[in-house]
Design a protein around this ligand. Structure first.
Ligand code: ATP
Ligand code: MG
Length: 202
């Protein structure tokens, strides 16, 4: 059997939306990945100080609802189970142990690429994964040349349908009672309603 090919799409998913899912399924298709894990951050260290983050268990429930029954996509609670602040370096190390010999493909939106230099123990991540960058409206995909933020990384770019959707906008929508329909999968919207997340009484 050939080595498993695993995609890792990390995020806060607060809430999950079709931008995340379209990225996951298209990268899976283009790179013939066996599985894409949507890894829900426990404490996203770059966000916790700037805004209140929805409890991790709720964000995980949203992602589980969103991917349920979709072949090749899986919600991962690995960072939540580990607890504490979520660092991609730890996640990648853990997945390398869990899937011995696997090829790990770390999927990020173009907005994240310029931030790579700020990641904790980024060298470990760089050694362990290939990077897959998907386009995102409002951000140009950084160039891979020397001196840039992507120097030294193995990088593939995958062109996906441009969807100008963000969790930030969805939180605003929910809080002001505007619809999330067709931006968030219906099963995830159901979880938002059941758990009364994001205010707005939706
Ligand atoms: P927030 O507005 O709270 O930052 P977000 O919509 O950016 O939320 P994240 O959980 O931060 O969602 O993103 C997880 C990953 O998914 C990141 O790599 C991000 O670049 C990528 N991503 C999110 N939305 C899109 C989109 N519409 N198109 C392409 N990639 C996206
Ligand atoms: Mg983001």
């Amino acid at each position: 059997m050939s080595a498993p090919r695993i995609g890792i799409l990390g995020g806060t998913f607060d809430p999950v939306h079709v931008g995340h899912l379209v990225a996951a399924v298209n990268v899976r298709h283009e790179l013939s990945l066996d599985l894409v894990l949507l890894v829900v951050a426990n404490q996203p260290w770059q966000k916790v100080d700037t805004r209140p983050v929805t409890p991790a268990a709720d964000r995980l429930a949203l992602v589980e609802a969103a991917v349920h029954g979709h072949e090749g996509l899986e919600a991962s609670s690995l960072e939540i189970d580990r607890g504490g602040v979520s660092y991609t370096a730890d996640t990648v190390a853990e997945l390398a142990g869990r899937y011995p010999g696997a090829e790990l493909h770390l999927i990020i939106g173009a907005d994240v690429a310029p931030m790579l230099g700020t990641w904790i123990r980024v060298e470990e991540v760089r050694r362990a994964v290939s990077l897959v960058i998907v386009n995102r409206p409002g951000t140009r995909v950084a160039r891979t040349g020397s001196g840039g933020p992507l120097a030294g990384w193995r990088v593939t770019t995958v062109e996906i349908p441009a969807l100008e959707i963000s969790s930030t906008d969805l939180r605003d929508r929910a809080a002001s009672g505007r619809p999330l329909d067709f931006l968030v999968p219906p099963d995830a919207i159901r979880v938002i309603r059941e758990r009364n997340l994001y205010g707005g009484g939706r």
